[in-house]
Ligand binder design. Structure first.
Ligand SMILES: [Zn+2]
Length: 205
């Protein structure tokens, strides 16, 4: 009888490992929205779009707000697939790797390995809060007039005077320290740029 224990142990280890791997990529359903800057540099939200020069966010039915990143080719397909049909916005079903925490979630589609693109940089601009409205299937970008760490969990992005927009990611500690900053304009963040022209991430550190 004794010989069976090492086998069970080995099987147990194996199944735990494979579970972790399948758990890595998951399916998230939800509505997508485009957050982009207009000619005056004001951040606006489009629920219906086929082009998006800023960031695409996924309002997951799991109750998380994700910025969405993938290869430029795949992101183009996702934009095309987001059109409404007869006035009804179909929820999308996206497969990807989710990373982050309550105050900064991202989903990477399988076509993107964000580790491939890492450019250290300084970004100066205005930090905006992005509040999800799951019932309405949209988001509300806002320049906070004080610390926002007491507000419901939400996402952030920074917009620059040059018209660039970056989703903010980082450790919970780093994101919270941004949330506790009372002034949101003319802020300089150091970090690493990830992803591509179809949606940049600034990983602050
Ligand atoms: Zn905020």
């Amino acid at each position: 009888m004794l010989y069976i224990f090492p086998i069970l142990f080995a099987l147990g280890v194996f199944s735990l490992t494979s579970f972790a791997q399948t758990d890595d990529e998951q399916i998230v359903r939800g509505q997508i929205v485009c957050v982009q800057l207009d000619e005056t540099g004001t951040a606006g939200v489009s629920e219906e779009f086929t082009e998006c020069s800023g960031l695409i966010y996924l309002l997951g039915v799991d109750g998380n707000l994700y910025s969405l990143h993938g290869s430029e080719e795949e992101m183009q397909k996702i934009k095309q697939g987001s059109k409404s049909r007869m006035g009804y916005r179909l929820p999308l079903r996206l497969k990807g790797k989710t990373v982050g925490h309550q105050r900064a979630w991202q989903i990477y589609t399988p076509s993107l390995d964000p580790e491939d693109s890492s450019i250290k940089t300084l970004v100066t601009g205005t930090v905006l809060c992005l509040f999800p409205n799951y019932n309405a299937g949209t988001v509300n970008p806002k320049v906070a007039d004080g610390p926002c760490n007491e507000a419901e969990p939400h996402a952030h992005f920074i917009k620059t005077d040059e018209g660039k927009i970056y989703a903010l990611q980082g450790s919970l500690e780093d994101i919270e320290s941004i949330e506790k900053t009372p002034d949101r304009e003319n802020i300089t963040l150091t970090g690493v740029l990830k992803a591509n022209n179809s949606g940049w991430i600034l990983y602050v550190n």
